[in-house]
Design a protein. Sequence first.
Length: 306
Amino acid sequence: MATDVPIFRLNRAWVQEIRVSLVGRTILLCTLVNVFPSLLWSQDSPDFFRQNCMNCHTIGGGRLTGPDLKDVSERKDREWLIGFMMNPKSYLDSGDPYAIKILEESRNVPMPTLPGMTRERSENLLDLIDAESKLTESQFKGLQISNKPFNDADRKLGRDIFLGKHRLEAGGAACISCHSMHDVTTLGGGRLGPDLTNIYERLKGRKALSAWLVAPGTETMQPIFKNHPISNDEIHALVAYFEASAGESPAQPTSSRIALLFLGLMGSTAAVFGFDAIWKRRFYSVRQPLVDANSHQSSRSTKAHS
Ligand code: HEC
Ligand code: HEC
């Protein structure tokens, strides 16, 4: 009898030990792994919306490239909206009638599939949109966009920015490296992105195009401009240039492609020679003094020794 008790106690302690170490720790770990990041995600939602969605959507400020998202949950069910936000293309490809209807209403500009849209992030964004829809004035009602009339100086500056003659303040890449325009024939213009001659109409005028450029949200554009935003003055000038080109016919691709090929070849040849020259100069300007200093030092030290 007397021996039974300690064994029983020992067992209990043992069981408790397991509970604390395995179950307890597993629960603790799961909590940390699941709840903690979701807290972070949801805190991060307004910033994420501002960075990734506000260029195409307002909440209560009217349509931009995409529809106004105020009360979107009353138009479509939650599960559909979450899935659509994660992968809009798959809904369009499957011929979903509602997706096709909102695409037509957006002049056939599709919503891009945005990087980093996990299920959790979509859920949190929809919660944010629902909460903001209930406010009389959402923080996402819209951006402050210039409505100064355009003049010739604006259009010229816009063209220079497009061509890279005028450097973007924050250092984003020149548009011409990836886009062509109707009046940019001598240099060609890049083929990676679409021709922008008719972009003013395509993105539905000044307000929507300006908003789009505040935070370009597509796959290739976003990583380039996220940390190098185009300033308001630069957007004003670019939009002036795009407005003036609306209605022109887009650049002819073949001639510009050949021009670009030559330009590319010339560029890489120049780069090879350029690097060579720089390297040589570096050798003389950096290495030579080091070599000199070393040889002085060694001659001095040999003198000291002698
Ligand atoms: C480049 C522009 C663009 C960006 C960026 C963008 N959207 Fe969209 N969005 C659209 C367009 C255009 C549509 C409607 C056309 C379609 O079917 O693609 C749309 C549709 C939607 C819809 C369905 C709207 C409705 O009326 O049923 C939701 C919800 C939505 N977007 C949420 C988001 C969220 C959240 C983000 C940011 C993470 C985002 N969008 C980023 C352009 C954009
Ligand atoms: C490194 C290449 C690159 C540079 C530089 C670049 N773009 Fe783009 N851009 C693209 C690509 C590619 C697309 C097509 C969508 C995507 O994949 O991002 C695009 C799409 C666009 C669109 C939307 C076109 C549409 O029909 O929906 C606009 C507007 C635009 N770019 C404007 C600009 C402007 C203005 C500049 C210069 C300030 C610029 N881009 C610089 C690659 C580039």
